[in-house]
Structure formats: structure tokens, C-alpha cells
Ligand binder design. Structure first.
Ligand code: ATP
Ligand code: MG
Length: 253
């Protein structure tokens, strides 16, 4: 009951089409070519993993997809509409959710105040049922009067994710959600991502270094190196790809 009433239902997009795509995205930063003609697509309920050595451009790609960095060229579409010209806040409003490598929480606010700010940032305002629904889903249970700055990494990630999913975004771009977590905590996130995708039908693009996590949750994986997409497909298949092996081999030596 609470689940059914929590937030707007995912809107429809053209039947059979992917929920979210980008095509030929290129990006320059500081006079350097950071991304070269990257394309991807993800459907509702699908988990697309993104891997690649440090500095490959994974986070930069997310910055373009969520509207924080303007691309030099290329297009981004969501629910069949070209959203390439929309700024960050408008893409967030239409349901492109984004989590960050480092879980930064407002130091000066308590957990309850963070939730209140997140509820009131959504129009129309979300109510406390939405918060309770999201907290239960991510198994986030702390004293609401606790300053957010006192939370450990797992609870910071849960707080930020709760604030995001109570809006019921149809798409989540997750940048290394398991960074800084110990193995048992990673298992919890693994379950959570599976629930979001397979039970709530959220499309998820996840950057992750932990292959064992992707092995259990990703339907498909794409590999980036030096700003390019060098391979895509089933995880076991891409790990055998000579270009992927070369990229990782060169990265560690
Ligand atoms: N604001 C910026 N200005 C200039 N160069 C940048 C900027 N942000 C990132 N870069 C450069 O872009 C390249 C890609 O960085 P990015 O952070 O996207 O890689 P990544 O694949 O996410 O790496 P990691 O696995 O370490 O998180 C790097 O060479 C980085 O130095
Ligand atoms: Mg990164």
C-alpha cells in the first residue's frame, strides 16, 4: 500500500524502445579530449555496468548524462525525448537520478533535516510516508536527530539514496556505490540494486570496479578506456576481449 502510493509511477516511453540513450557523446575539458563518441542505451529494469581503468572517463560520462558538463557533441534521450539541452536540475526533475563516488552529506543538518530538505525540493512536496518507504527499502535505520556528518560511509550512502529514490526516478546513474564499503555491506547494496531494477523496474547504469558485484547484478557491461568505449556485452565475454585485457594490463604496469 505504501509502496503503491509512494511517488509518481514511472511514465511510459515508446514501447520496445530503451528508456535512456546517449549517442556519440564527446567531451573536452581543459583543452583535453576526455570522451570520444560514447554511445549507450539502457531499458527499464535493466542494469548496465560500466567499467574501465582509473581516468577512463566514467565519471565524466555521468557528468554529461546528468547535465552537469555540456558535451562537445552528441545527444542524450530520455523516454524518447532529446534532453541534451536540459540543465542538471531539469534532468533531475524529470527522473534522471544520480549518485556520486563520494557520499557528501550536509554537515550542518541532522538526518531528519536532510530528509525534510529533500522532500521540499520536490514539487509537489513529498510527505513523510515517502521517506519511510525509501528508508525501509534501503534498510536505513538511524536516530533522526543524528547529525548527518556523524554517519559512516554506508549510512551516508543510504541516506542519499533514500532521498533520491523517494522521488521514484525511472533511471539511476550510480557512480561506484560500493566504494568505501566492506564486503558484507557490498552484499547489502547488491540486494538493493537488484530490488530497484527487478522489482521497481528502474533502469540502472552503474560504474563499479568490483567485478564480483557486477557479476551478480549487471545484465550487460560496457568497458571504457582513455575516453572510448572499447567493449560491450556479457561480463564474461568482455573480460576475455583483448582490448579490455590490454587496457587493464597497461593500467597496472
Ligand atoms: N574538471 C576537470 N577538468 C579537467 N580534466 C578533468 C576534469 N575532471 C576529470 N578530468 C580528467 O578526465 C579524465 C577522466 O576522469 P574521470 O574522473 O572521468 O575518470 P574515471 O573513469 O571516473 O576514473 P576513476 O575510476 O578514477 O573514478 C582524467 O584524465 C581526469 O584527469
Ligand atoms: Mg570516477
Amino acid at each position: 500500500m505504501v509502496i503503491a502510493s509512494a511517488g509518481a509511477a514511472n511514465s511510459q516511453h515508446p514501447p520496445g524502445g530503451p528508456l535512456f540513450t546517449c549517442k556519440d557523446i564527446s567531451l573536452d575539458l581543459g583543452g583535453r579530449e576526455i570522451l570520444k563518441e560514447i554511445s549507450l542505451q539502457v531499458a527499464s529494469g535493466e542494469v548496465l555496468g560500466v567499467i574501465g581503468p582509473n581516468g577512463a572517463g566514467k565519471t565524466s560520462l555521468f557528468e554529461v548524462l546528468c547535465g552537469r558538463f555540456p558535451a562537445k557533441s552528441g545527444t542524450v534521450t530520455f523516454k524518447g525525448q532529446d534532453v541534451s539541452a536540459l540543465p542538471l536540475y531539469q534532468r533531475a526533475r524529470i527522473g534522471i537520478g544520480r549518485t556520486y563516488q563520494t557520499p557528501v552529506v550536509p554537515d550542518e543538518l541532522t538526518v531528519e533535516e536532510v530528509f525534510k530538505a529533500a522532500r521540499q525540493a520536490y514539487k509537489p512536496y513529498l510527505n513523510r510516508w515517502h521517506v519511510l518507504w525509501a528508508m525501509r527499502l534501503v534498510r536505513f535505520s538511524v536516530d533522526p536527530d543524528l547529525p548527518a556528518a556523524q554517519l559512516d560511509t554506508l549510512d551516508r550512502r543510504k541516506l542519499l539514496l533514500s532521498c533520491l529514490i523517494m522521488r521514484r526516478p525511472p533511471l539511476l546513474l550510480m557512480d561506484e556505490p560500493a566504494a568505501g564499503l566492506i564486503n558484507s555491506e557490498v552484499d547489502e547494496f547488491d540486494d538493493l540494486i537488484r530490488i530497484l531494477a527487478k522489482e521497481l523496474n528502474v533502469a540502472i547504469v552503474i560504474v563499479e570496479h568490483r567485478i564480483e558485484l557486477l557479476d551478480t547484478i549487471a545484465d550487460r557491461v560496457m568497458v571504457m578506456d582513455a575516453g572510448e568505449k572499447i567493449s560491450e556485452g556479457d561480463l564474461a565475454m568482455v573480460l576475455q576481449d583483448p582490448r579490455v585485457r590490454a587496457a587493464y594490463f597497461e593500467d597496472v604496469h
